[in-house]
Design a protein. Structure first.
Length: 457
């Protein structure tokens, strides 16, 4: 430290037998020392390089200080470490760890980009580049799991809409009556393999606030399915959807692509009639003071807009709420699976509910709903960068499967593995990061580091 420079500090009295002084004067140090794990995951996946290559840089290169790859990585790693806002650039621009993650020398390298530079970067994206970015994200995820699951027997696709409330003048921010707010209505897509419970994000499509639940679904599937068939030619592909996706064009597409499908659909008078024989004994049991036990059945049903009859699974149930009258609650699932109705509903369809936990991670841990740009395209770029950060964190969690972080949420991974105080040394031949001896999860960190390519010393 330069002794000729006085830096502000604070003094605590009474916390210890000795006075406690606090000074922010430790140069060449970072509070995100463990984030090098993210860089290692990214290098193995090639994710940031593949996505940044989709962007066409039309700037005068002689005047460029920050390449598109560096800008993309600065935002990608910043989001993963909890710096979701573009304004956070001022906080991490001189951080040696983030300079290292972006490919610069951590000590003598130039500062990272400022917020105005990042804003220009986000607003320069075109519609075609966004499409290529989405494809690069999905291709990277598929290639990763192709290496991991060469003989996958079944791949399950889960699509789910969510809402992204808006609070400004964003383009295509429209009022949604169901959510009673001005918002975007993104569509999130996940893949799972065989009987594994994990659902891996492969896409996140930002849509106007008044979009129908199935808007963009067919286009997304038409780009995804050829890539899945090429990577896993022997795998059966199954798709699970909620009631907002019901429609004849989707069913015909599923049939043409020979997909297994399990799709919830809304009740109508005809379906209610099919469910009545199952509902009657449940109502009688409730009237007798017994707890309702759901019943399961099936019927062959063809709506007017359908091209043929399809199998519909029926779950008959009565909902009880304190101080309310019992309420009929039949549920209906359109499917081409051949197993029992109870198995299809409880073991196949209900398993898609874990998507909500993944979406909560995206919103609460990575703030994927930080879509505050005026431009719709800039906001789509933001959510794609956040989705890419989540893919890296899912890869890290996959590598942590034999540690105490195997089922950790994103916030927990960040706290345990990234938020480590580090002092950095740099020489001609090497860079050394000194981490605290008392790091609580040091053994897990080392084990994960070896799993992503580090060599024990």
């Amino acid at each position: 430290m330069d002794n000729h420079i006085t830096k502000q500090g604070v003094l605590f009295r009474g916390l210890s037998k000795k006075a406690v002084w606090m000074h922010f004067d430790q140069e060449h140090a970072s509070s995100d020392g463990g984030a090098v794990l993210l860089k290692a995951c990214d290098e193995r996946l090639g994710l940031s390089a593949a996505m940044a290559a989709c962007l066409r840089d039309v700037r005068q290169q002689a005047k460029v200080d920050h390449s598109y790859l560096e800008l993309f990585q600065q935002r990608l790693f910043g989001i993963a470490c909890g710096y979701a806002d573009g304004n956070d650039a001022a906080r991490i621009a001189d951080d040696p760890i983030f300079k290292l993650l972006a490919g610069r020398d951590p000590l003598v390298g130039a500062a990272l980009a400022s917020q105005p530079t990042l804003s220009r970067f986000e607003n320069a994206v075109s519609q075609g580049e966004l499409l290529r970015l989405s494809e690069a994200l999905a291709e990277t995820v598929i290639a990763r799991h192709r290496r991991r699951k060469r003989k996958a027997r079944r791949i399950t696709i889960d699509l789910d809409p969510t809402h992204d409330p808006t609070h400004g003048e964003q383009q295509l921010s429209l009022f949604n009556g169901f959510y009673d707010t001005w918002c975007y209505l993104p569509l999130a897509g996940f893949l799972s393999f065989d009987k594994e419970p994990d659902q891996y994000l492969f896409g996140y499509l930002l849509r106007p606030g008044n979009a129908a639940a199935k808007a963009g679904c067919l286009g997304l599937l038409k780009r995804l399915l050829p890539r899945l068939h090429q990577a896993f030619p022997r795998a059966t592909i199954r798709i699970r959807l909620d009631a907002g996706f019901a429609g004849p064009e989707l069913y015909q597409f599923f049939d043409a692509e020979r997909l297994e499908y399990v799709v919830c659909m809304s009740k109508n008078n005809t379906l209610a009639g099919f469910a009545e024989p199952l509902m009657a004994p449940i109502r009688a049991a409730v009237a007798a003071g017994e707890d309702p036990v759901p019943g399961f059945g099936e019927c062959a049903y063809q709506a007017r807009s359908w091209n043929r009859e399809r199998r519909v699974i029926i779950k008959a149930d009565v909902t009880l709420h304190p101080n309310r009258q019992p309420k009929d609650n039949p549920r209906f699932i359109v499917t081409n699976l051949k197993t029992t109705p109870k198995f299809i509903y409880e073991q196949v369809y209900c398993a898609r509910g874990d998507i909500e936990n993944r979406i909560k991670e995206l919103k609460h841990a990575l703030e994927i709903d930080r879509t505050s740009c005026t431009s719709f395209k800039a906001n789509q770029l933001r959510v794609l960068m956040t989705a890419a950060a989540y893919v890296l964190l899912q890869e890290l969690r996959l590598k942590a499967r034999h540690t105490g972080c195997a089922r950790a949420q994103v916030n927990t991974l960040r706290l345990r593995l990234f938020k480590l105080g580090a002092w950095i040394e740099s020489s001609v031949r090497r860079i050394v990061l000194h981490l605290p001896v008392s790091t609580p999860y040091a053994s897990d960190w080392r084990r994960i580091a070896r799993a992503v390519g580090a060599v024990p010393t």
